[in-house]
Design a protein around this ligand. Structure first.
Ligand code: ATP
Ligand code: MG
Length: 337
């Protein structure tokens, strides 16, 4: 008998192209685990609307771009199922049921919700934004996922998902699976600004779709140690974003670079050049795969349609159990009159 694989559920908001932070935080794990797990990748368009409700005209483009990013990064559509959140109405139904027993205070005190609300300048959070972790709990549990590979900012949300699943299973019947979180090797890659995490919305990212020239220019303009004026001045790698990236993307040379920077024998220009070379080595095979799919847009559409169809059917199956557990399968009961 064929062994049933455990499931992965993870994904991204279609709010722009994917970047190196996504790669090291979550995508690399997805690529690595796609053979071992039955992988579902959600393109969370409804969650995108929680902050981008006035930018709806970008959604179609961003959905296709993110799919190209997945394919470029090495996700194989034969192994991974890509689907669009809004096209699975059962997710929204389950969100509504979960919201009946999830308290507003728990959401208000969620550290990621707080940070993001501040980032977006929300003084008064919308109902949809405040509730997006509940919707995420539905995204994950409707597929009975065992594992969720994500970046560090998502950890409180997976914790909440586990709580909601436990609560549901206690209240009604144990039909749902409590998922584990898997944070990537680099849980939070800093942005080119050296301040916030690298993010699609903060203009501090190196994108998987950037050309070699884009990468060279972004790295050249990255801020290094401000105290270093001349090449021979001793550097302070611990406060330098370029050095941090060497640690992630150039582990073989990082020790040597640290020593050379501290004793002033490597200048920032040479150090940045080394980094650009490494980044382009990582991105080159992605560029090649992207080109292949860019020239076949119909194929990309088919991959999305087929993935959404498969995900919809899995979600429908879970909801039969959910409705039964909650006794909202009214026409299946004996008539109580
Ligand atoms: P937005 O600015 O629109 O919120 P984002 O760049 O934060 O975009 P998301 O779609 O919110 O990206 O996140 C998708 C996944 O990528 C999540 O699992 C998140 O933890 C991970 N991720 C995003 N940015 C980073 C980063 N800089 N380092 C590590 N992981 C990250
Ligand atoms: Mg985000």
């Amino acid at each position: 008998m064929q062994e049933v694989k455990k499931r992965i559920l993870t994904g991204d908001r279609p709010t722009g192209n994917l970047h190196l932070g996504h790669y090291v935080g979550s995508l690399a794990n997805r690529v690595k685990l796609q053979e071992e797990y039955d992988s579902f990748i959600i393109i969370a368009d409804v969650q995108a609307l929680t902050t981008h409700w006035e930018k709806e005209e970008n959604l179609t483009r961003d959905i296709y771009q993110i799919t190209l990013d997945y394919l470029a990064a090495g996700l194989n559509p034969e192994l991974s199922t890509f689907f669009i959140q809004s096209m699975i109405p059962e997710i929204h139904e389950l969100t509504m049921y979960y919201s009946m027993f999830t308290s507003v205070n728990v959401l208000r005190h969620n550290p990621t919700v707080k940070t993001e609300a501040a980032q977006h300048g929300f003084k008064d959070m919308t109902y949809g934004f405040l509730g997006y972790p509940v919707s995420q709990a539905a995204d994950i549990s409707i597929f009975k996922a065992h594992l969720v590979p994500v970046g560090e900012d998502q950890v409180p949300h997976i914790e909440l998902t586990r709580k909601i699943v436990r609560r549901f299973n206690d209240l009604y019947r144990p039909v749902l699976v409590e998922p584990e979180v898997l944070v990537g090797d680099v849980p939070r890659l800093v942005g080119l600004d050296g301040k916030a995490k690298m993010s699609k919305s903060l203009n501090n990212a190196i994108f998987l779709s950037d050309t070699p020239e884009d990468v060279n220019l972004k790295v050249r303009n990255a801020i290094t140690d401000p105290a270093r004026i001349r090449k021979t001045d001793p550097g302070h790698p611990e406060i330098c974003t370029v050095f941090e990236y060497h640690g992630v993307f150039n582990p073989e040379e990082v020790k040597e670079i640290e020593a050379d920077c501290r004793n002033g024998s490597i200048g920032c220009v040479a150090c940045k050049n080394k980094l650009s070379v490494k980044l382009n080595e990582l991105l080159d095979p992605m560029r090649e795969r992207r080109r292949k799919y860019e020239t076949a847009p119909e194929l990309v559409k088919e991959i999305l349609m087929e993935g959404t169809r498969k995900a919809h059917s899995a979600a429908r199956e879970t909801m039969v159990d959910v409705r039964e557990a909650m006794h909202i399968n009214y026409f299946d009961h004996e008539i109580p009159i």
